[in-house]
Every structure is written in structure tokens, then in C-alpha cells.
Design a protein around this ligand. Sequence first.
Ligand code: A2P
Length: 223
Amino acid sequence: PEEKKPELPLFYGWFLLKEEEERIKCATMDFLKTLDTLEAFKEHISEFTSEANKEVDLEQYFQNPLPLHCTTKFCDYGKAEGAKEYAELQVVKEATGKSEELSVTALIVTPRTFGARVALTETQLNLWPEGEDKVGVAPTLLPGVESLPAGSRAHVTLGCSAGVEAVQTGLDLLEILVLQKEGKEGTQVEMDMGTLSYLSEGRWYLALREAITADTTFSSFSE
Ligand code: A2P
């Protein structure tokens, strides 16, 4: 007999259109190529590799098997809390299959992840589940995260280092935003694309001079 398909997807999100995906990959790869040649980055290279004096090729360092997207709700085929409720929301049903333009305002690089920060519009925030920013956040980081505006975790995972799961990108982004709010920004470097800042322990944040927009379609995803 045919196996029954699960009713709920792995996750919901905005998926970049194919041609947009190529454009974003190129632009963000250019940033990685420049980053690993910067003196400021080389000074902190030990946070990316244990081998002394070793160079890191960031383009090889980060891998990403999934199509580029910005997750709104991780459902885990119904195992995640609130998955069913989310799928049944009228706004979710209505948004499915519709196009939406996302705005990327910053890029982050850490020893674990490479990601794009997404600034959600009021309308887009309607698809952002209440309390989703806090899911899986370490207790020590929670007070900081609770002080950030809703949707602060919104991002596109551009790549993860070996053995790291994509969920880490949102957590790394939150950590950076909390450190910024506490005024813990270190070295700043002006780059063509924007202002790069260092936030300890191998965390880098590039505030883009001009936001990168990308056309997307909202949909569910199952493997
Ligand atoms: P992200 O949204 O940061 O890219 P996976 O391939 O690991 O199953 O993940 C599928 C997608 O769901 C990825 O986009 C991933 O992270 C996101 N994701 C995975 N686990 C979680 C989680 N626990 N909470 C939120 N998002 C998750």
C-alpha cells in the first residue's frame, strides 16, 4: 500500500526565485572572497581554524544544500510546537503561492554560519509566528532576545560549516544583535558593500550600504 504523506511540512518560508538565488549567491560570495583577505579578519583567523597561520577559504568553508529561503515556521512535519495552528492560519493559507519582495539589510559570518539578515515589512510580520524569535534560544541569551523587536531572527541561511545545522544561523544572528544592543561592537572596517564590524569570538556583521532585495514565493517545504 502507498505510504501516507505527512500532513504538515518540514517548514514554511519565502523561497527566492531561481534567477534571484543566483544573483544573491554571487553578491554574497563576492563578500566572502573579500572578507578572508582583510587584515582585520586574518587577525581572528584562529576562531575559524585550529591550524596556526592557516588561511581559510570561506567559499569552501560554508556549504548549503537547500534552496535559498527565509524560514517563517519550522513545523518538523507536525512535531514542532504550534505547527498545526500555524498551518491553519488564514494569513498562511492566503499567502501560500504568493510573491513577496524580501529586503536583506546585513550579512553575518561566524565560525558556524553565513547568513543574510532580512528586514520584514509589517505585512510580512503577519506570517511571523508569535514568540518564534525565542525558540531554542539559550537561557542566558533570552532576556536580550526578548528586548529585540519581533522578527529580529528573520534571515536566509547562505551556508553552514561542516557539521553545523541551518537552525544555527538564526541563533548566531540573535547573538550578534544582542551584543550590538549592549554596545559590544569592536573593530569596524569600511568596505564597498557597507560597514563591517567585529563582535568577538569570530562573529562578523556587515551592515549593507544599500539593501539587497530579492523576489520570493511563500510556500511550504517538505523533503
Ligand atoms: P534556517 O531557517 O536557519 O535556514 P534542516 O535542513 O536542518 O531540517 O532545516 C530546514 C530549514 O528549517 C532550515 O531553513 C532551517 O534553518 C530551519 N530549521 C531547522 N530547524 C529549526 C528549528 N528548530 N527552528 C527554526 N528553524 C529551523
